[in-house]
Design a protein around this ligand. Structure first.
Ligand code: PLP
Length: 376
């Protein structure tokens, strides 16, 4: 089945007469059973839950994984779980710009002496491959949050495999409809399901997708012991969101492409990053490794200082000034308002998450703010 069918038809109950069409929210903390346990027993609700399983089946199918995904209480719980795979005293290679929570967590673990962190510009393939020497785990985001840099995934993932370095790609921005890192050579994929997969800014959830049963068994054990599990209702909401992923993305990507084009031509704009723009430094790479589009996040640097940029954001009415991304509503945020965002991110950079509103309403709102910058 094609992926836009999988989002709708995956993870449904068996086709039996009178079966519910949707998987139920299963509220239980334990499961019946008395004999010796085997690996397939559900046993206890910190180990698994039928509602998570429905979501985990669909996500695995979308990511072309041979085994079900694992769901977590949040994207960060999924990230934290994968970082336990870096051996004590080992080395993690990661992008200099990526989700700042992931960077912070890695650096905190480094400060505690657990492992060393090497940050690289992942758009620089030679530098990334060079950084793999003696490393244990390669963490990638592509496109990166919030700079939208594009890594040459097939090249760096092949180099990691050759060097015996375990690789994980945070695929939150692209979603499995546009990019499937396991097929490009990754060992693991992470999602902040909170974003596009759930899609309505009403749930926090994470997931890891594994390429082998051994990795999955290890991470599942880790999840059961650490207890960073989602609630059944959150998993159900995520699955409900996934049903419309394809149509939401189609709409938001078309608007993002149009807005990026219009923004590039506006005199109040200093720089626009969107991998779908033919002039974008990541365009060719993204076109080669992404399938069906370039996502719906735009990074924008206005021709203004911080205070005027802030005024622009506060003056918007169709766009919501808020952190996060991937929901049906368009969000905008000056990323450096987070004090932990790396200072190599321009202090006026705005991250735009394009939603599914009418594109002309989105444009007129932004244009009014940008016109004011020019007229000052
Ligand atoms: C790319 C990326 N990965 C991971 C996360 C963390 O996910 P969560 O907020 O669901 O914990 C985020 C959150 O913004 C993100 O943007």
């Amino acid at each position: 089945m094609r992926k836009d069918t999988v989002v709708v038809s995956g993870g449904r109950p068996a086709h039996e007469h009178d079966a519910p069409v949707n998987p139920p929210v299963v509220l239980t903390s334990t499961y019946r059973g008395a004999g010796d346990l085997n690996d397939r027993d559900r046993t206890y609700a910190r180990f698994t839950n039928p509602t998570w399983e429905a979501f985990e089946d669909v996500l695995a199918d979308l990511e072309d994984a041979p085994i079900p995904a694992l769901s977590y209480a949040s994207g960060m719980a999924a990230v934290a779980s994968v970082l336990t795979l870096v051996p004590v005293g080992g080395t993690l290679v990661m992008p200099q710009h990526c989700y700042q929570g992931t960077l912070q967590l890695a650096h905190r673990l480094e400060e505690r002496g657990i492992f060393a962190v090497r940050t690289v510009d992942v758009a620089d393939t030679d530098a990334t491959i060079a950084a793999l020497r003696g490393a244990d785990v390669l963490w990638l985001e592509s496109p990166t949050n919030p700079m939208l840099e594009v890594a040459d995934l097939p090249a760096v993932l092949a180099a990691a495999r050759e060097a015996g370095v375990l690789s994980c790609v945070d695929n939150t921005f692209a979603t499995p409809l546009l990019q499937r890192p396991l097929t490009l050579g990754a060992d693991l994929v992470v999602h902040s399901v909170t974003k596009y997969l759930a899609g309505h800014s009403d749930v926090v959830l994470g997931a890891v997708v594994c390429s082998t049963p051994e990795l999955r068994a290890n991470l599942k054990k880790q999840r059961s012991l650490e207890g960073a599990i989602p609630g059944p209702f959150e998993a159900w909401l995520a699955l409900r969101g996934v049903r419309t992923l394809s149509v939401r993305l189609e709409r938001s990507m078309a608007s993002a492409a149009e807005l990026a084009r219009r923004l590039s031509a506006h005199p109040g704009v200093s720089e626009v990053r969107y991998p779908g723009l033919p002039s974008d430094p990541g365009h060719e790479r993204a076109a080669a490794q992404m399938d069906g589009g370039f996502g719906s996040i735009i990074s924008l640097v206005p021709l203004a200082e911080v205070a005027a940029t802030q005024t622009l954001v506060e003056g918007l009415s169709v766009w919501t000034p808020a952190t996060s991304l991937g929901g049906v509503e368009s969000l905008v945020e000056r990323r450096r308002r987070h004090h932990d965002e790396p200072d190599t991110v321009p202090d006026t950079l705005l991250r735009l998450s394009v939603g599914i509103e009418n594109v002309d309403d989105l444009w007129e709102d932004l244009k009014a703010g940008l016109d004011e910058l020019v007229d000052r």
